[in-house]
Design a binder for this molecule. Structure first.
Ligand SMILES: NC(=O)c1ccc[n+]([C@@H]2O[C@H](COP(=O)([O-])OP(=O)(O)OC[C@H]3O[C@@H](n4cnc5c(N)ncnc54)[C@H](OP(=O)(O)O)[C@@H]3O)[C@@H](O)[C@H]2O)c1
Length: 340
């Protein structure tokens, strides 16, 4: 099968940072599905894993954790899917990724693809949707009940990125929260407004002043999708007493949790890969989340966050997509489709 892989960890400008390779097609066992991949999305995790370092892979390493495709083989213990099902999923960071024509994936973290979407539109969603869902509803404990959230609000730092784009929709349309999103350019401001953010403030200017100006000086919840180091003290200053903060971005330095003590504020981490990495007893939750996302898309509640498609899927286009992500200004999602 065709795949895009690396053996050395090089800057993305190097043609050998991601290469076209031919590998054996794997075989499904246990609860694994073998999926024929039609479209993939790129995420910052891909560029973080690929980050230049002095390490050599003996066998080519396949990255990529966002895919849409078709089940071509189901392992003997599979109960949730059958051959021919169209699926979408993010995957497991401890296993080989989706930048390949075929991938093995545990059915407990796979969802049925929305019927109303193309493979490209569907591939844009899984990783960011699972991250946003787990952040809002599992980590921040936001009620999935519009009536309960009537006077509550959420600040999303980094609103126009892949995760922010789906978090805005979930928070606003499903939970009924008032959403403040940050965006710094006219095109990202427009994008977050179209997705349902009621207020937009600029992360290049002082957040405390801007939150006061819009009449939400102390948000109930803060969801941090960028630079936790840089935003930690301002989040501590802003958060409502007894409020909750969730971040999805690792810090380079330890953060000062004492800043949250007087307010009895909660800080929670979210890592989308936790359930699969530790094979948690509730791992099937990701299957259920993706199926719920698919239904919400088909009902017209949520829309895809696809913003750009590159074709075919090959090393040249994947290097282009990684370079765009590394530049830091992505709006929504970049997807690659069709193996040449
Ligand atoms: N823990 C997890 O499970 C998990 C899951 C997914 C992602 N992540 C991490 O979350 C981060 C965001 O991922 P993503 O896919 O949403 O990224 P992304 O799509 O690359 O985000 C791009 C957006 O970031 C905004 N941005 C740039 N600089 C910013 C700043 N200083 N402050 C606030 N926003 C800024 C930009 O908005 P403007 O153009 O308007 O400036 C742009 O729209 C990444 O670090 C990723 O690795 C973690």
């Amino acid at each position: 099968m065709k795949a895009v892989a690396l053996t050395r960890y090089l800057p993305i400008s190097d043609p050998e940072s991601l290469m076209d390779v031919e590998l054996h097609k794997p075989v499904a066992t246990g609860r694994d599905l073998l999926v024929m991949i039609h479209a993939i999305a790129v995420n910052p995790v891909d560029t973080k894993v690929r980050k230049p370092k002095d390490k050599l892979e003996i066998t080519p390493k396949i990255l990529g954790w966002d895919a849409a495709g078709e089940v071509v083989e189901a392992g003997p213990d599979c109960t949730l899917f059958k051959t021919g099902d169209k699926v979408f999923y993010a995957g497991d960071i401890t296993r080989s990724g989706c930048n390949a024509e075929y991938q093995l994936i545990d059915e407990r973290i796979v969802g049925h693809m929305p019927q109303s979407l193309s493979f490209e539109q569907a591939a844009a969603l899984p990783l960011t949707a699972v991250t946003a869902w787990e952040s809002l509803f599992d980590r921040l404990g936001i009620a999935l009940d519009i009536a309960q959230n009537r006077n509550k609000n959420l600040l999303i730092i980094g609103g126009a990125g892949g995760v922010g784009s789906i978090a805005i929709q979930l928070a606003n349309k499903l939970a009924g929260l008032t959403v403040v999103a940050t965006a710094s350019r006219p095109e990202t401001v427009r994008w977050v407004q179209e997705l349902g953010a009621q207020y937009v403030i600029n992360h290049k200017h002082d957040l405390v002043t801007q939150m006061r100006e819009i009449g939400i000086p102390q948000p109930d919840y803060i969801f941090c999708c960028n630079d936790t180091d840089g935003y930690f003290s301002v989040m501590a200053e802003l958060i409502k007493p007894q409020g909750k903060i969730c971040s999805i971005v690792e810090t380079a330095q330890p953060v000062d949790l004492n800043l949250l003590k007087n307010k009895s504020a909660t800080f929670a981490w979210e890592l989308m890969f936790t359930r699969s990495m530790f094979q948690t007893a509730d791992m099937t939750e990701q299957h259920l989340i993706l199926d719920r996302i698919a239904n919400l898309v088909d009902e017209g509640v949520l829309k895809t966050t696809l913003n750009e498609t590159l074709s075919p899927i090959n090393a040249t286009n994947l290097r282009k997509a990684h370079a765009q992500l590394e530049a830091g200004g992505t709006i929504g999602k970049i997807v690659l489709s069709v193996w040449a």
